[in-house]
Design a protein around this ligand. Structure first.
Ligand code: AMP
Length: 256
């Protein structure tokens, strides 16, 4: 294996964000990643971009190689499951549900969507992200070809690139000590599937999380009171994280 490179793409139109993608790849795979990201930018359902930014950068820190979280495909009633999941993550359900509602309204102070995630202290509900308009973005994400193969094989017809990207992102977030869980509602109006994930337990894939056509959404990272925010943000932004194996895609929940 050669040197590792981070490849990032973001596209926009008239200044508004359209889509983004990133990967950590071996130097021999840079052109393939660049090609597939340009293709993705040009085929975004949200329109043809007038700006595509591509960044290719050598990875300077030693990456963290870690197993991805297992995925649980949830078919039980949404609210009931959310309450159980919040309890399992030691998050008061009323707090969890209030942030779920906030994501559906638009979590930025103007009622719009944010580029990054909220960080919410449990149980106070205090928002800890320094910029309430932008939130905090997690970056420097990759997956080994072995883990990707396992994910594709185990998820079968339920595999999508979105699932892969979200699973790597949340596995990184949930690997940090003091994180209790993460809730994601996509801001894509056509995409109503999201997840709640819990460290060491799993990624719960939730369907019909929002009404079809709604362009609101976001991510909330719930953390315990003693978590120090600046090193956590530095970890989210800068520590290279590579998913190295995938435990399984399950249709039964690990609780009743
Ligand atoms: P998406 O799942 O791409 O529709 O994103 C849903 C929401 O998650 C966005 O509105 C952002 O607020 C947030 N988000 C997207 N990408 C990231 C990221 N890399 N790190 C943190 N938050 C993100």
């Amino acid at each position: 294996m050669g040197r590792l490179f981070s490849v990032k793409m973001r596209s926009s139109k008239g200044g508004a964000h359209l889509c983004g993608a990133e990967a950590i790849v071996d130097e021999s795979s840079i052109s393939k990643a660049v090609y597939s990201f340009v293709k993705r930018a040009l085929s975004s359902k949200r329109g043809i971009p007038d700006f595509v930014n591509l960044k290719v950068e050598a990875v300077k820190q030693e990456p963290i190689y870690s197993p991805l979280l297992p995925v649980f495909h949830v078919s039980q009633p949404l609210r009931e499951v959310l309450v159980k999941l919040f309890k399992l993550a030691s998050i008061p359900p009323s707090l969890g549900l209030s942030f779920y509602s906030l994501l559906l309204k638009g979590p930025s102070p103007t009622g719009g969507v944010m580029r990054g995630a909220l960080i919410v202290e449990v149980p106070s509900g205090k928002r800890l992200e320094p910029d309430k308009f932008k939130g905090v973005r997690a970056s420097c994400l990759g997956i080994t070809s072995r883990a990707l193969g396992e994910l594709k094989e185990k998820a079968g017809k339920f595999y999508t690139d979105r699932l892969k990207d979200a699973l790597v992102l949340t596995s990184k977030i949930c690997s940090y000590p003091g994180v209790l869980g993460e809730l994601c509602v996509s801001d894509d109006p056509d995409y109503t599937t999201g997840y709640f994930s819990i460290p060491k337990i799993g990624y719960f894939r939730l369907f019909n999380l929002k009404p079809y056509g709604l362009s609101k959404g976001g991510r909330v990272i719930f953390v315990s009171r003693n978590l120090e925010v600046p090193p956590f943000i530095d970890y989210l932004k800068n520590s290279p994280f590579i998913g190295s194996s995938f435990p399984g895609y399950y249709f039964e929940l690990p609780f009743r």
